[in-house]
Write a protein that binds this ligand. Structure first.
Ligand code: URA
Length: 267
């Protein structure tokens, strides 16, 4: 195996060890295992990390955190305060492996809020949601499809920190992180939410149903006396993987319903 193909494996190995809290293995005096061992090690740990009750994520770093209290400032001011609060979060191990917190971005006064799953590599590096390939597609959906500027909507994720190797968010991470998303929704008070993919849809609608069953019709999120319509649709990463006319037509159907809803409301 060449040195250049070994480097990403070693990087993943070190990140995984940090996620697990195995600081001894990443200490400089400990040599990484040889390439064969790294592969076997990663396969084993990835399988372990996929188990919902895995030890990896089940150990909060600080068990209790004072909940964030929304104040009387403007939406922009309260989101800024919430971001500071999120930066101090140490409730799961993801804060150790992330490069940046990906809090959310867009217009605090937005009518439409998009909610995705979790930051990927590009988002983690830039600290902004949906800036990679899936983000380019989302921007096209918003700007070319819905014909509104991306900066006029608000975009956030279920998780604020990137799960290593883009694995699925674990239940304990969702439990720890979503109170911050709930505060974002309470502050922005959007007129409609578009839930991107199964994780966001299931959290918002408190259901275990799959995205195929949920998408295409409005559901309701009841929060703080508000009843916010939620339109689940496919996640842009899924659309990129399944780039068929049928999938794209379904997403188009979903966002068209949202635009119609907003237009009818204005009349
Ligand atoms: N996928 C997500 O769910 N969110 C992002 O921010 C990027 C990719």
């Amino acid at each position: 195996m060449s040195n250049s193909s070994l480097i990403p494996l070693i990087k993943d190995y070190l990140k995984q060890e940090m996620t697990l809290g195995n600081w001894d293995s990443v200490a400089p005096e400990t040599l990484p295992p040889d390439p064969g061992d790294v592969k076997a090690y990663l396969a084993k740990k990835t399988a372990a990390a996929k188990k919902p009750d895995s030890k990896v994520e089940s150990e909060p770093l600080s068990k209790f955190r004072e909940p964030f209290k929304i104040g009387s400032g403007s939406k922009a001011e309260e989101l800024k305060r919430l971001r500071e609060y999120a930066l101090g979060c140490r409730q799961c191990a993801l804060c150790k492996t992330r490069s940046n917190l990906v809090f959310g971005s867009g217009d605090p006064e937005a009518k439409i809020m998009f909610i995705g799953e979790a930051p990927g590599e590009d988002e983690d590096l830039q600290g902004e949601p949906f800036v990679g390939r899936a983000g380019e597609l989302l921007t096209d959906i918003i700007e070319k499809g819905m014909k509104i500027p991306r900066k006029s909507v608000y975009i956030a994720n279920v998780l604020k920190c990137r799960p290593p190797m883009n694995r699925d968010p674990q239940p304990v991470e969702i439990d720890n992180c979503t109170p911050m998303l709930a505060c974002q929704i309470r502050i922005v008070r959007p007129q409609v939410i578009i839930a991107l993919g199964a994780f966001a849809s299931r959290y918002l609608l408190n259901t275990k149903s799959g995205i195929n069953a949920l998408r295409g019709t409005f559901h309701t999120l009841s929060i703080d006396g508000m009843a916010i319509p939620v339109m689940p649709t496919y996640h842009p990463s899924y659309v990129l993987r399944e780039y068929t006319v049928e999938v794209r037509r379904k997403v188009w159907n979903d966002v068209t319903q949202v635009m119609k809803y907003l237009n009818d409301k204005q009349v």
